[in-house]
Design a protein. Structure first.
Length: 168
């Protein structure tokens, strides 16, 4: 039976296989247009997913160093602006997103099953397990890829991270 980390890695690899061709088919010009006043562009949403991959890779690696970890929160508006994703090309961002997620999948596959219940704190949030963070990462990716591919269907839907307590 696969560990929670192996399961998350398999789901992540499947999401990449399912979505990358459709993402690559998107028009470069359309990816740079905001969806509305004060809204992100597709490039910025994909950049947010790049940031998420970087943060979660960091969490997966660091969580194997001790018995409980506290990670800083994520100020998404600042990170997306500081990352300059609105000025990046769509194909370049897709390459980066794919590479980071493949590295994260490799790292997830190497996490021992004994780490599934490890308590992690992100920002000021309640404790969640490392297994929850791994699984939630893939749900987060799927949510935002859905926004990129069908923004009209995703309008008004917000992702609610860290919804489960540490015991779940």
């Amino acid at each position: 039976m696969p560990t929670a980390f192996e399961d998350a890695a398999a789901r992540l690899r499947q999401a990449l296989a399912d979505h990358e061709p459709r993402l690559r088919a998107l028009d470069e010009a359309a990816s740079a247009r905001p969806w509305g006043e004060g809204k992100w562009t597709r490039c910025q949403v994909l950049g947010h997913l790049v940031d998420s991959a970087v943060n979660n890779y960091h969490r997966v690696i660091r969580a194997q160093e001790s018995d409980e970890l506290h990670f800083p929160g994520y100020q998404q508006e600042h990170w997306v602006e500081a990352g300059g994703y609105a000025r990046r090309g769509w194909a370049e961002l897709l390459d980066l997103w794919r590479a980071l997620n493949l590295q994260l999948a490799h790292a997830l596959e190497a996490v021992p099953a004994a780490r599934e219940g490890m308590r992690c704190f992100v920002g000021e949030g309640e404790a969640v397990t490392l297994a929850f963070l791994a699984s939630d990462y893939v749900r987060h990716l799927e949510h935002h890829v859905g926004q990129i591919l069908t923004p009209e269907a995703a309008a008004g839907r917000r992702y609610r991270p860290f919804a489960a307590p540490a015991g779940d």
